[in-house]
Write a protein that binds this ligand. Sequence first.
Ligand code: PDD
Length: 290
Amino acid sequence: MSIVYLNGEYLPKEEAKISPDDRGFLLGDGLYEVTPFYEGVPFGLDGHIARLLRGLCFMRITFDVSMLEEMHRTLIAKNGLDTADRSMVYLQITRGAAPRTHYFPEGDVQPTVYAFAKAWSRPDDERWNRGFSAATVPDRRWSRVDIKTICLLPNAIAFQDAKEKGADDAILVRDGVAIEGAHQNFWAVFGDTAVTHPTTNNILPGITRAILLEEARKAGMKVEERPIQVEDLAHADEAFFTGTTGEVRPVVTIDGRPVGRGVVGDVTRRLSDLFLARVEAVKRAAGAGV
Ligand code: PDD
């Protein structure tokens, strides 16, 4: 049975009730975060909370985030996920329930705070080593995708379009630039340099992306944050996505054409190893499995 968190209470999912007047439901007036846990140890939680706080400020929602770490840990524990290899907490905060208006409701409206936890798994080594395919699709999102809103219709359409083209994932293209995936950040490798889009209003500043940049720089690997022209993908040696439940995910074909030699490349492998080593270090520091 799944135990969820709703507005201060932990309860079975079936008992969680949200008002039909909720502005998240009616207007998409809300934010979300997905934070990974490894053997019950949060990974990058501070970054996720900081990104959420930035979104809350942008949306002018007043909410005290100081309870979030404990709530995340409690939810993982109540769902028996402390020992799960990989799990995550999905958190959503909306402006709350109020009669429908386009402007913000007046008076004291409490935000709706909902969270659930679940296990997820990494593709097995054989699947990962084969690499994944991606298809380019237009980026039809708004001009503030750095805010992690629950309005994911353009992302869902992009992913669906890519799926219908037979690809595993989408690369969103705006003005000739490969911006990011439908739910992950995108990287391409040219020679020995890994390149990813800079953190502007046009991409979601991924926590996995930030951690990987840090690890790569520490290891002396070459990284650049600059826009990637779609036409340059024809000369890329490697490509990959990064994200909470994707970790480092190799892309070996784009629009049916091989990226480089069409196999998972050395830079991608090395970055993936660095990422997984960081996960192990965080687990060790937290005393997981001891
Ligand atoms: N997606 N770009 C987009 C558009 C995303 O939705 C996400 C996260 C990322 C990667 O961010 P992070 O490394 O912080 O997970 C990039 C989440 C996981 C989701 O929608 O399920």
